[in-house]
Structures are given as structure tokens and as C-alpha cells.
Design a protein around this ligand. Sequence first.
Ligand code: SF4
Ligand code: FES
Length: 255
Amino acid sequence: MKLTLRVWRQDAGASNGKLVDYQIDNIAEDMSFLEMLDQLNEELTVAGIEPVAFDSDCREGICGTCGVVINGTPHGRGNSPVPTTTCQLHMRSFNDGDTIVIEPWKAKAFPVIKDLVVDRTALDRVIASGGFISVNTGAAPDAHSVPAPKLKADTAFDNATCIGCGACVAACPNGSAMLFTSAKISHLGNLPQGQPERYRRVETMIGQHDAEGFGGCTNIGECAAVCPKGIPLASISQLNRDLVSSLFRKDGFFG
Ligand code: SF4
Ligand code: FES
């Protein structure tokens, strides 16, 4: 497979970058997108050109480290019917002769560090602000000592699969991280262990979300359309319900 790669290049510390074209040949359809970038970097290195900086770690779709915008879609899609992570996108999703545009996540809260690498530590700070439960130290309790209703346990588990990749932010015209934040709110808010801090959690996490420069949610839905873990918009509804409840509680509405 022969391709034209139009890649965003931006020096570390620079406020601007530009798209640069590279020709690449001998790309096998079974290669992953990141393996294709590896091949590009080997060829650039041999030619004495600085390789393209991009993030990756597990390359198995579980860590959330990878992530670039491919032909305008966070993580890319190619011919694949369902969203996936960049590392799980394979070159069979593209056609011989294609031009592929590769850009970094674009969001105010994700400044570019270099080329395709952005600073996503804002998501870590949102989690640190309230995405946890407080437990006493000591031996782990038996798994069945705190019963959880099946439906709520399933909802909590589904939301716990968020890998913090940030594709939802990159897809949102408002640069909102509401889907990411709501995944943690719905994960912990559906478990008995998450109840004591449930309403404080939603306030502190939304406060940090806004302080980081993420935009507000206006129900466009682009986030859920690109989420590789299928976090649903219903999670944002739960976040909104918990936020409203927390405000009523403050006003003494519930006594
Ligand atoms: S909600 Fe989905 S797109 Fe957003 S960070 Fe989590 S896994 Fe990634
Ligand atoms: S490198 Fe870990 S999810 Fe892609």
C-alpha cells in the first residue's frame, strides 16, 4: 500500500505548526496505524529528518495513551463501523493511494507539546479532584460483603472502562470533557462505596473541569460517537442529575 501522510509538525515550545507531506510505501494492511507511523519514523531517521513525536504505550486499546486525529476524526475510523483507539486501527481500513491527514487532539485544555503529542494532565487533575472513594486501611473486605444491585453494578462497570484517552474532548466543538468526567461520576455513583462522597464528588470534579478550561456540554453527542469504550450520553445525564441534587441538598431542599 502506498500512501501520502499529511502530518502536523510542531516544534516543542512553539505556538504554531504546519502540515507536512510524506510519501510512504510498502505498508501492509495488517499493520496497525502506530506501526505505520513507526515505519515512517524509521525512514525519516535514515533520511536525517527528525521523527514524528506521538504517544503510545500498551498498543492494546487499554491504556488511553495513544490518540491522534485521523482525517478529522479522533482516533480515526477508516472503514471500521465502530470507534476504536488509534493503536487498534489497522491499515486495512484505508485504501492504496489514500492521503491521510494526521493531527494532534485539538482542545484549549490540551496544549501541544510537540508534533502529535498533547498535554492531557488536565484529565488527571479532574480525577484527582474527586474521582475516588475514601476507605479505611486494613485487610480488603470480602467481595460479597457489600451487595450491589446487578443493574447498578453493570452500569458502574461499563463506566469504569473509560481509558481517559481524551478523544471525547477532541471531538467536541466546545472542547468539553463532560463524557470523561461523567464516566467517573457514574462509575462511583452507582456503587454503595461511592455514596458517602457522591454529591461532593460531582461538585469538585465539575469545578476542576471548568477551571482546566474545558467547555460546557450542549448535547451535541460527538463525544459518544468517537468514544472507543462506548461511554453513553446517559452518563452525562446522571452527572447532571447528581449536580442538581447536590445543589438542592445545599439549599436544604431535602432537609
Ligand atoms: S469517555 Fe471515552 S473518549 Fe472520553 S476519555 Fe473516556 S474512553 Fe476516551
Ligand atoms: S497505546 Fe494504549 S490504548 Fe492505544
